[in-house]
Design a protein around this ligand. Structure first.
Ligand code: PAZ
Length: 315
């Protein structure tokens, strides 16, 4: 998966990847959100979450996708909100969403009951554990305007929206954090090489050649938001190469931290790697029994590191 780095200049990004029509509106929304919270001294984190979709045809019937559920991003958003951050949640359409994630996979109709002798519909709280508390927190977050939700589906949308968000948040300087947990494709088919119509199976087995996706972390750190606190994520399936790859990313992009994780163990074990330190975060059996989530530990580690960073680099 892409390190979220071959840095394209802004112009090259526009040439290779279709610009979403709403990018200017999104930029304005994020700029207003950042200005409002920044003026009040609140820190703002941009979380990317979920996987990108890579089309195989321009009138898309088929696409390549990946495993990411968006759970890391959605649950982290809740812990950042609890820690006093305002959150820009740049997430894949229909991936897990803060608070609502707790009830994903539940059929709405199984949660409702019709009250006897009237047409009132009530919620069966047994099917939705803690719903009153979760709903209250969600509504409070909404009322306080602390969560700005932005959706992407395709790789092109992700790249352009991330760039727009980074430029809008850069005014916050070190008060802004980037938490790049999305699983971004490493490969794509350039528009100029993509067939327009549905690929025909009558033509026989399909062979495709894909190009490397530009490494967006490089311009983000160097040009778009050079004073921000930037965290990338590194996922591997081979644990033996994980830490080398994480260190390599830090050396290449010179950002502040990499959260390294392995596909099968990602819910209970990560390593937060910084240029100077390496912290293993592990859920104990006791944590699991108490339903502590690894994201609570990740966010606690990173918010503390962000405080130190801000003290060092006053914005
Ligand atoms: O979305 P999820 O909770 O199912 O998985 C989270 C994750 C593994 C996508 C994330 O922790 C991560 O490592 N993202 C970066 C993947 C990469 O590009 O290497």
């Amino acid at each position: 998966m892409a390190e979220s780095g071959v840095a394209p200049a802004g112009g090259e990004l526009d040439e290779e990847f279709a610009v979403p029509s709403h990018v200017d509106d999104v930029t304005e929304q994020i700029a207003a959100f950042a200005a409002g919270h920044g003026a009040g001294g609140r820190r703002v984190v941009l979380i990317t979450s979920g996987g990108t979709k890579v089309p195989l045809e321009s009138r898309t019937v088929r696409f390549l996708d990946n495993f990411s559920s968006g759970r890391r991003g959605a649950s982290s958003a809740e812990y950042f909100l609890d820690a006093g951050y305002a959150v820009v949640f740049l997430h894949r359409h229909r991936s897990l969403y803060p608070y609502a994630r707790m009830y994903s996979g539940i059929n709405l109709l199984d949660t409702l009951q019709i009250k006897r002798d009237c047409d009132q519909v009530v919620v069966n709280q047994q099917v939705l554990p803690n719903i009153a508390k979760v709903l209250q927190r969600y509504q409070q977050v909404k009322e306080d305007g602390l969560l700005l939700s932005i959706e992407f589906s395709t790789l092109s949308e992700y790249l352009h929206l991330l760039k727009a968000a980074a430029q809008a948040l850069s005014k916050l300087g070190s008060q802004a954090m980037f938490y790049l947990a999305a699983a971004v494709s490493d490969f794509y088919i350039p528009a100029s090489e993509m067939p327009e119509h549905k690929i025909q199976s009558s033509n026989g087995p399909l062979q495709i050649t894909m190009e490397m996706v530009p490494k967006i972390l490089s311009p983000l750190v160097k040009d778009w938001a050079p004073r921000a606190f930037v965290i990338s994520f590194k996922l591997e399936t081979d644990a033996s190469i994980l830490l080398d790859r994480a260190r390599n990313a830090l050396d290449t992009y010179s950002h502040q931290a990499v959260v390294a994780n392995v596909l099968d163990t990602r819910r209970g074990y990560v390593v937060v790697v910084t240029p100077e330190t390496q912290a293993e975060l592990i859920l104990t059996d006791e944590d699991v029994r108490k339903e502590v989530e690894i994201e609570e530990l990740i966010v606690s580690n990173l918010t503390a590191a962000h405080s130190q960073f801000m003290n060092k680099h006053q914005s």
